[in-house]
Design a binder for this molecule. Structure first.
Ligand code: ATP
Ligand code: MG
Length: 332
């Protein structure tokens, strides 16, 4: 075995040898079945059924799993491990996240407890509704995270610079630049022209640049970094997974991303209002900055590379983009 074995979903015997070599299988425990767990893009995420249990094996390779030609930051798995280690100290957070059963720093592999085959919340974009109880639980989880890790002296231990730079490019640069993004008319006819108007809007471009600097700046509150329906697994109190974009920064970023996706998923506006009010009753936050981060998240999901499974309705997208623009510009 090399220092950096590449796991292969089609080779259960190889996975068994790998797990056994790491001391991750109990005496007599055998691998029965290996399958892809869910719809990840970035990493190889496998569900491994053994004679004793089911576990998740997540390997971050030097590339984006679904697009092997695109390189991906090598430290992301170690960041995720560190993030789980920090957040795992807080029982109210830990009880809604997977347990980390093992970390192979060499091979960039996490062994995680299997939360079951509850799907993620991407169904919300296709007409699903987030229940009020789930919304409240998601806001409360965020409040606990931000509250427990605000002003944290360990901020330097989770810088996640490479992933942040990657995300910065995809959130704050590509969507409003003339190149690098997808063919928007292929996604929704007419969207290219709407984008062209926004890409000429100098006030918007300046505000986005400033916001991008805030995102890249160092903060002292631990964020999830990707708090959207793909990181929530369905349950009355949803599970939270995939903190590989986590970093210490402004709490407004996590809440803004969450609110953006409630809008993108066509949830009733009262849900977003409720989330903001609930958060604000638990902690102080700059609502203008929340709206600005929400605005750019909407813009990037409609004009950038990381598209969502939403209907190709030009008028709806135009309205969302206008709200996003107003949020970034601080307009009501
Ligand atoms: N601990 C877990 N228990 C149950 N299912 C899980 C667990 N971890 C991951 N999954 C499933 O695997 C999918 C992919 O996991 P994850 O989002 O961590 O991978 P990823 O490659 O980082 O994805 P993305 O490209 O969306 O960032 C999840 O949507 C979920 O369905
Ligand atoms: Mg991920």
């Amino acid at each position: 075995m090399t220092d950096r074995p590449l796991l292969d979903a089609c080779d259960p015997a190889g996975i068994e040898r790998y797990l056994a070599a790491g001391g991750w299988l109990a005496a007599g425990e055998r691998v029965l079945e290996v399958a892809r767990a869910g719809e990840g893009n970035m990493n190889l995420t496998l569900r491994v059924a053994t004679t004793a249990r089911s576990v998740i094996v997540k390997q971050g390779r030097p590339w984006v799993e679904r697009h092997p030609a695109i390189p991906a930051p090598g430290e992301r798995t170690l960041v995720e491990a560190r993030w789980y280690e920090l957040a795992g100290e807080v029982p109210s957070l830990a009880e809604r996240m997977p347990t980390v059963l093992g970390v192979d720093r060499q091979a960039r592999v996490l062994l995680l407890g299997d939360l079951g085959d509850a799907p993620d919340c991407l169904h919300l974009y296709g007409g699903g509704r987030l229940a009020v109880g789930q919304l409240d639980a998601l806001v409360d989880w965020l409040l606990d995270l931000h509250g427990e890790f605000s002003g944290d002296a360990r901020a330097a231990t989770l810088d996640n610079r490479a992933m942040r730079e990657l995300n910065h490019e995809h959130i704050f640069e590509i969507p409003l630049s003339a190149s690098g993004g997808p063919d928007l008319d292929e996604i929704t006819p007419g969207l290219r022209e709407v984008a062209a108007g926004m890409r000429r809007d100098r006030a918007l471009l300046c505000a986005v640049r400033d916001l991008g600097r805030v995102y890249l700046g160092d903060g002292s509150t631990l964020l999830h970094g990707d708090y959207y329906p793909g990181s929530w697994l369905q349950a009355p109190r949803p599970w939270v997974i995939d903190p590989e974009f986590g970093f210490y920064g402004p709490p407004e970023f996590d809440l803004g991303v969450m609110l953006a996706h409630l809008g993108l998923a066509g949830q009733p506006p009262e849900l977003a209002e409720r989330a903001l009010a609930r958060y604000r009753s638990g902690a102080a936050i700059d609502p203008g900055l929340v709206r600005a981060f929400a605005g750019i998240e909407v813009i990037r999901r409609l004009l950038g590379v990381a598209q969502l499974p939403i209907a190709p309705d030009l008028d709806a997208k135009r309205r969302l983009l206008e709200t996003g623009r107003a949020g970034v510009l601080g307009l009501r």
